[in-house]
Design a binder for this molecule. Structure first.
Ligand code: HEM
Ligand code: HEM
Length: 156
């Protein structure tokens, strides 16, 4: 049982690192070029969905727990996760609506409107500080599992 839990934590850790690295690349279209940005963003959906699936139990119970007697910090964390999800969704959907490479390469033409460019710019900019808070809320977990992953003498 303990081994299984350890393995789950390790899987989450590796997936979180992967998610973070791809997120950094997605957030820098100046470095990847816009076509690279669009394809990377499409690929980003995979580790993102895995991130949610690896916390599926938590997600299923979160709405019910929000109205139970959990700490204020845990309530804040839950609301923050919901907000993060909505903002991530808006950034991704608006991204597709301003696509100049990915959709055209699939012969799908979109009539790009300034409104969606602004939505994409504003929400993708907002994700960064929001993600910073998300990571800060899990800081202890990050430090503890990092120590277990890289610590000397840890075998499982
Ligand atoms: C984009 C980069 C992201 C990174 C690097 C990241 C990282 C993390 C970390 C380190 C944890 C705690 C450890 C764990 O159990 O995995 C966590 C938990 C969680 N994350 Fe993320 N996350 C990201 C995006 C998101 C987004 C956009 C959502 C939107 C819903 C989200 C939802 C959750 C949930 C539901 C949990 C578990 C529940 C909790 O303890 O809060 N994450 N994430
Ligand atoms: C998590 C998802 C995404 C994030 C965090 C993100 C982030 C960004 C950022 C930071 C910029 C620069 C904005 C600026 O300086 O105005 C940008 C531009 C752009 N993104 Fe994304 N993006 C995401 C998804 C997508 C997707 C899925 C597509 C299309 C398939 C896309 C297409 C574009 C295009 C065409 C631009 C340049 C034109 C413009 O800003 O209107 N993005 N994105």
């Amino acid at each position: 049982m303990r081994d299984w839990k350890n393995n789950l934590q390790k899987t989450r850790y590796v997936m979180d690192v992967l998610l973070f690295v791809i997120f950094l690349l997605v957030s820098a279209p100046q470095a990847t070029g816009v076509p690279g940005h669009e394809w990377l963003s499409l690929f980003f959906i995979v580790p993102f969905v895995i991130h949610l699936l690896l916390h599926w139990d938590w997600i299923k119970q979160s709405a019910k727990r929000l109205f139970s007697s959990i700490s204020l910090r845990e309530k804040f964390n839950t609301v923050w996760n919901y907000l993060l999800y909505v903002i991530m969704l808006l950034a991704t959907v608006s991204g597709f609506l301003v696509s100049v490479a990915l959709l055209p390469s699939l012969s799908i033409t979109v009539d790009i409107q300034d409104f969606w460019s602004k939505v994409h710019h504003d929400f993708s900019t907002l994700i960064m500080p929001m993600l910073g808070v998300h990571l800060a809320l899990h800081w202890h977990w990050i430090i503890n599992v990092s120590k277990r992953m890289f610590g000397k003498g840890v075998t499982s």
